[in-house]
Design a protein around this ligand. Structure first.
Ligand code: AP5
Ligand code: MG
Ligand code: ZN
Length: 214
């Protein structure tokens, strides 16, 4: 199964992508996680990406597209994958279509997690993220078993640098401008699935899996 997770910042893409990846045994590929790992390791890519991310801006397309195309060529993607946070612009979507065509394959579904802006801002201040494995928590809706420690890898969980309220608002603006048009893009390809992202985390997962099938 080849999937894309769409949705505003904080809609729950990472939370749901991890669950769907585990259920269908496919890799979860988050460009945000890839950038954050590079920032942590102070690579050249990380230093470049951080400049944009801290301001709530998108990293330029040319820094993202090749990373994803290379990742999709790895062996573990043969039977499928779930992309989270990519594509985020129409040019990225077009590059992805091209890369997949050259691999003689295509996306099965793009899943849009719909959440209104008001809910997003409320959610983000409570979000905590593991910088080691990318797991996401929420101090109220999805707390880790031990405070500040990741359930999965025992790494430290922190408030992300870009989760300050003003940066979240900036990210939301950019989402509406540059990423939301992807909903029409995938609708036109007849592979768009939309789910209500305002209900409980488990219920969102259920509705996604119901549509994808077992
Ligand atoms: P990225 O890491 O992709 O961030 P984002 O899109 O802003 O999305 P988030 O990770 O903030 O939210 P999410 O939808 O994953 O929600 P989550 O599951 O954590 O990108 C970061 C930056 O990297 C970008 O701003 C950009 O600069 C750069 N970048 C990345 N990819 C790029 C690309 N392709 N091109 C250019 N630049 C790129 O959930 C949020 C919170 O809500 C959590 O606390 C969670 O526990 C909670 N929650 C989830 N679901 C529910 C629910 N149903 N009810 C209550 N709480 C919930
Ligand atoms: Mg995420
Ligand atoms: Zn972790």
């Amino acid at each position: 199964m080849r999937l894309i997770m769409l949705g505003a910042p904080g809609a729950g893409k990472g939370t749901q992508a991890k669950r769907v990846a585990a259920k269908y045994n496919i890799p979860h590929i988050s460009t945000g996680d890839i950038f954050r790992a590079n920032i942590k390791n102070q690579t050249e890519l990380g230093l470049k990406a951080k400049e944009y991310m801290d301001k709530g801006l998108l990293v330029p397309d040319d820094l993202v597209v090749d990373i994803v195309a290379d990742r999709l060529l790895q062996d573990d993607c043969k039977e499928g994958f779930i992309l989270d946070g990519f594509p985020r612009t129409i040019p990225q979507a077009e590059s992805l279509d091209k890369a997949l065509l050259s691999m003689k394959t295509k996306i099965d579904y793009a899943i849009d997690i719909a959440v209104p802006d008001e809910n997003i801002v409320r959610r983000m201040s409570g979000r905590r993220a593991c910088l080691k494995c990318g797991a996401t928590y929420h101090i109220k809706y999805n707390p880790p078993k031990t405070e500040d420690i990741c359930d999965t890898c025992l790494g430290e969980i922190v408030l992300r640098d870009d989760d300050k309220e003003e940066t979240v608002l900036k990210r939301l603006g950019i989402y509406h401008e540059q990423t939301k048009p992807l909903i029409d893009y995938y609708n036109a390809q007849d592979i768009l699935i939309s789910v209500d992202g305002t209900v409980d985390i488990d219920d969102v997962t259920k509705s996604i899996i119901e549509i994808l099938g077992v």
